[in-house]
Design a protein around this ligand. Structure first.
Ligand SMILES: CC(C)(COP(=O)(O)OP(=O)(O)OC[C@H]1O[C@@H](n2cnc3c(N)ncnc32)[C@H](O)[C@@H]1OP(=O)(O)O)[C@@H](O)C(=O)NCCC(=O)NCCSC(=O)CCC(=O)c1ccccc1C(=O)O
Length: 257
């Protein structure tokens, strides 16, 4: 598959997958998701690769979720909601290699969900985390909510979704959403150190460990699939469209009119 929305680099046992849409703060459209799924599987089943790094181009954003300019009562691609996000999240979980999120800026909305799904996460001190679904008439009704609560705890996860606040890298570290924080200039060196540690370990033992961690939260996948069906109906409503339109028109939404 030819890539237009992402970059793929493999070397020294590490595959780095970069969402390359900095002008959209690395938001993903249908095509971006397809390319990410392809690249994750390519890296995941390449015997020369031991660890995968997922990141965003530039220093503004890791990923800001669904591309709101490609949303017209549904996104512009395949899948229940027009984005195969369930498949994307599943690809991160299903490939038998550790996936490290290198968080270089905003990890917002579906971007924060990607961080949640990754096995490990290393953030720049300047990274900012949060969910914005209820601000823009959306929600991730699977791993984005239920897995997040396993990662950061039930009360904190509900706070993240029910208040839509932004959180600093230090706060993300304190709540267990990321494993380490580094100054921006040292982010790549820190990520490289973690990759080298992973590469020194038994790949089969790591694959079995990853799958056994996943087994415990696997029921969330089914809940998410059901939730996506509800979400696709919600996207047809005036309430949801008001969220998208308000974002695109750079104004506050009025959900209660
Ligand atoms: C990221 C922000 C907090 C940054 O704010 P700020 O610094 O003030 O900059 P802005 O001026 O707002 O933005 C700069 C520039 O980037 C464009 N942009 C940013 N985000 C997006 C986006 N998601 N889509 C399209 N474009 C975006 C913005 O328009 C500006 O461009 P200009 O040309 O300069 O005008 C802030 O931007 C922000 O909050 N962004 C909104 C993010 C958002 O709404 N994301 C979607 C959330 S909902 C979601 O992800 C669900 C979709 C989805 O993927 C999903 C659905 C169902 C189940 C699961 C999922 C899943 O993701 O897992």
């Amino acid at each position: 598959m030819d890539y237009t929305d992402i970059l793929y680099h493999a070397g020294g046992g590490v595959a780095t997958i970069t969402i390359n849409r900095p002008q959209k703060y690395n938001a993903f459209r249908g095509r971006t998701c397809e390319e990410l799924i392809d690249a994750l599987n390519r890296a995941g089943w390449d015997k020369a690769i031991g660890v995968v790094v997922l990141t965003g181009a530039g220093d503004k954003a890791f990923c800001t979720g669904g591309d709101q300019s490609a949303h017209d009562g549904g996104y512009d691609g395949r899948g229940t909601i027009g984005l195969p996000v369930e498949e994307l999240q599943s690809a991160i979980r299903d490939i038998p290699k550790p996936v490290i999120a290198r968080v270089n800026g905003y990890a917002i909305g579906g971007g924060n969900v990607l961080v949640t799904c990754c096995d490990l996460a290393i953030a720049s001190e300047t990274a900012i985390f949060g969910q914005v679904g209820p601000k823009v008439g959306s929600v991730d009704p699977g791993f984005g909510t239920a897995l997040l609560s396993r990662v950061v705890g039930e009360k904190r996860a509900r706070e993240i979704w029910m208040l839509c606040r932004r959180y600093s890298a230090q706060q993300a570290l304190d709540m267990g959403l990321v494993n380490a924080v580094a100054p921006p200039a040292e982010l790549d060196a820190e990520v490289a150190r973690w990759c080298q540690e992973v590469l020194a370990l038994s790949p089969t033992a790591l694959a079995i460990a990853k799958r056994s961690f996943n087994a415990d939260s696997e029921s969330i996948r089914g809940i998410g699939a059901l939730g996506m069906q509800a979400l696709s109906l919600f996207y047809q409503t005036e309430e949801s469209r008001e969220g998208v339109n308000a974002f695109l028109e750079k104004r506050k939404p009025d959900f209660r009119r």
